[in-house]
Design a protein around this ligand. Structure first.
Ligand code: SF4
Length: 346
């Protein structure tokens, strides 16, 4: 049996019943792939249902306001992906008569659609023979073929892609792509792969040579850079102050506490020991001891003291005050939602 037959045969018997598999429209495939770049299937499925319920078709999504999309996306991080998702829907609706292109080369030009997502849509929705290579597939192929070049380097990626272009012989490319991803998610997992249950174990080099713990190789990432932030939860008449982040921020469009950044840990810790400070001409007086959060981004570690305070001579700039009810419709940064879960409105 060939690689293709083994995997697609295994997939037809073992695939999980996922909501987007019942409706192989390009819209549902695209939506699920964008969401699953952010999170695992178990966490991503409720988001998928929420998006499909609110925006059942691409044209519904294209008409959405950015705040609505960001609010539904809240908690997933990488908000630029949510904004690109909306731009992509609007582009297809306005320029392509509401229809996704069928070819990989056209799909990959759309906002927010990279090589992996373009290949997933082309193969699953339009039966185009393009391998869709995500982290699961890099791992499976590195182990199966015993490729020891680090998979997070350009030569490692190239070696996997070239090998896969030889293996990828199929008339059901969508099934083969999903089978490779499913095997990586369910059997050939990062730690403790279940090789004895794996349909590829008769021909897998890593299994044969006992290299499953060594492959795939990865080059160590650089340590995350520490940043030291102060945020103010300014409370007035049962409302709190927030402002909308501008386009220069990774949280563009989301609502955040006002604040500032300090140069180092010593300055950051010294700052909160005072009882008041001035921000944009407004005097803020501390009401409570600060709450401290660590927020990890891909290359940065944000250390944040959040200070509950009240404003004197409040110039209300650049923030506005929001009630608890207002926040139900307001897309907020993860820091704000985490803080308010632990320190609700008083
Ligand atoms: S035999 Fe083991 S290492 Fe090889 S593909 Fe299967 S699960 Fe992965």
């Amino acid at each position: 049996m060939t690689f293709n037959n083994i995997l697609t045969g295994w997939f037809s018997k073992n695939k999980r019943d996922l909501p987007w598999r019942n409706n192989a429209s390009p819209y549902s495939i695209w939506l699920s792939e964008i969401l699953l770049q952010q999170t695992r299937v178990a966490q991503g499925t409720p988001y998928y249902y929420r998006f499909i319920e609110k925006f059942p078709t691409l044209s519904d999504l294209a008409k959405a306001k950015e705040d609505e999309v960001l609010k539904l996306w809240q908690g997933l991080g990488y908000y630029s992906r949510a904004r690109n998702m909306l731009r992509c829907a609007q582009y297809i609706q306005n320029n392509l008569k509401g229809k996704f292109p069928e070819e990989y080369a056209e799909l990959v030009k759309l906002p927010g659609i990279g090589p992996y997502t373009a290949a997933a849509i082309a193969s699953m929705a339009f039966n185009k023979k393009v391998p869709a290579i995500d982290g699961n597939v890099y791992r499976v192929i590195s182990r199966y073929l015993g490729i020891a070049i680090p998979v997070n380097t350009p030569p490692g990626k190239k070696a996997i892609e070239e090998s896969l272009s030889v293996l990828f012989i199929t008339d059901k490319p969508g099934d083969l792509n999903q089978a490779m991803m499913e095997l990586g998610a369910m059997v050939c997992t990062p730690k403790k792969p279940a090789c004895l249950e794996c349909p590829l174990n008769q021909s897998c080099i890593a299994f044969d040579k006992k290299l499953t713990t060594e492959l795939p190789r990865k080059l160590a990432k650089k340590a995350a850079e520490n940043r030291y932030l102060i945020r103010f939860c300014i409370e007035k008449d049962g409302k709190i102050a927030l402002y909308q982040r501008d386009t220069s921020s990774i949280w563009a469009g989301l609502y955040d506490f006002p604040g500032l950044e300090l140069n180092n840990e010593k300055e950051w810790n010294t700052y909160v020991r005072q009882n008041s400070a001035e921000l944009n001409g407004t005097v803020l007086t501390w009401d409570k001891a600060p709450a401290t959060f660590v927020h990890l981004l891909s290359h940065r570690k944000l250390n944040v003291h959040i200070i509950r305070c009240r404003a004197e001579k409040d110039k209300s700039f650049p923030w506005k005050y929001y009630s608890e009810e207002d926040l139900e419709k307001t897309p907020m940064t993860r820091l704000v939602t985490r803080y308010l879960q632990l320190n609700p409105f008083s």
